[in-house]
Ligand binder design. Sequence first.
Ligand code: GLY
Ligand code: MN
Ligand code: MN
Length: 468
Amino acid sequence: FPSGEGIILSPACPMTAIVDTAGRTAHFPPRFFSGNRAAVGGGAQAVLLAGGHATFRYDTDVESVFRQESNFWYLTGVDYPNCFLWLSPPESGECVLFVPESPASMVHEVYEGAVPPHEYFRDLSGVERIRPVSQLESFVQEQAELCAPAAGQAAFIHTTGACRSHLPTSLDPFIVDPEEDDTLARELQVLRQCKQLCELAEMKAVNKISSHAHDELMRALRPGRFEYELESVFRHSCMLQGCKEMAYLPIVGSGENAAVLHYTANRRKVQDGDLLLVDAGAERCMYAADITRTSPANGKFTPEQRSIYEIVQEAQESVIAGMCIDENMNKLGEMASTVVLHGLHRLGILRGELSRLHEVNVISRFLPHAIGHHLGLNVHDEVGFPTLLAEGHTVTVEPGCYFYPGLMKELHLQRFSGLVDFGVLERYVGVGGIRLEDNIAVGASGIENLTSAVKRPEEVEAMVGSLW
Ligand code: GLY
Ligand code: MN
Ligand code: MN
């Protein structure tokens, strides 16, 4: 700490560590993974997936953090690098997990550790047939002789884009190009979007831990702190609650940085009068939280900051109130944009007929992103946003309002002529950006908001700086 003092976290931390140290997948029984494997394969003839690979920093021997590829984990529970999964065509239902052999020499083993025994992989995944990776290519060649004639074509193995480049090149003739045929990726996406109970339990837990960490960060916030110091509070709190990794790089943006949607440099010193936007979530047993809170660095919103905050809060509350099974999320997103548009009109930043403001889509200059996305093993857990909500979906609701300089300049475009009061706007640009993001689970009898970090403006003001 430049100031020489540390940030002490709340001694009365309300959570107890939940994750045991046995591994990320401790809470998931093998039947979860075997059930997922059985559900795959509707349109596929055969499936070959490469798990995540161990990587190093550029041309060095410095290890990067290993994170299993999400589909591979969903089908195996294996959190170990350089493995492969084979699923035969549905009628035979054969499944083989290929795992690395022990390091080439004791010197390697001393650095990397021994590869776990086959029983370890069997117990995690429920896959009976475990084979060394060295047998992968000959195994697939044999399968090609057995399966390909029935399929009537050389390429009969489905894979996903992430796996494609990690498969041995000798197998190229048998692989269906996932860019031309993404049946498997879509099938996995649909399966993963409907959460099972054990998945929901993880998502609730990681949201609770991440919500608490947001509160802890707010308590430690005051002008003069660097953004990365506040990031460290968030990370520290999550780690103390058993989450070693973040679901994505934390976004800790003060002042103008709050308007940069994926700002992750986190190097600026927070100034008196700034808002601080924090978009951060931990990962627990592979599942993500994705939460955003915005708070005044000195503990008191200016009238301008508070007005925008309340508009964003109203937009979020209206969307959440409208969520239910079969509801159209695109429609709810439009509703959020309308709430923000009307709010800016009420404040006098926008002027003229509301219908004209809608027609020229001026709100896209203040709210340039979608209302949310699926959340699960990946923070953006989807190919496309769910149009219709269904039981088991877990999605974010994250309206915002930003004063990003480049987009503010565009308000001078001819199409917006006469619709913006630049004098009034000038008073608000210092707000920077405000986003509020909660994670919602959709159930048969209603929705549940998994996020509990403080949000009401008075609560936020009371929380900020309360550590000091
Ligand atoms: N954290 C990125 C997002 O909210 O989508
Ligand atoms: Mn999000
Ligand atoms: Mn987010």
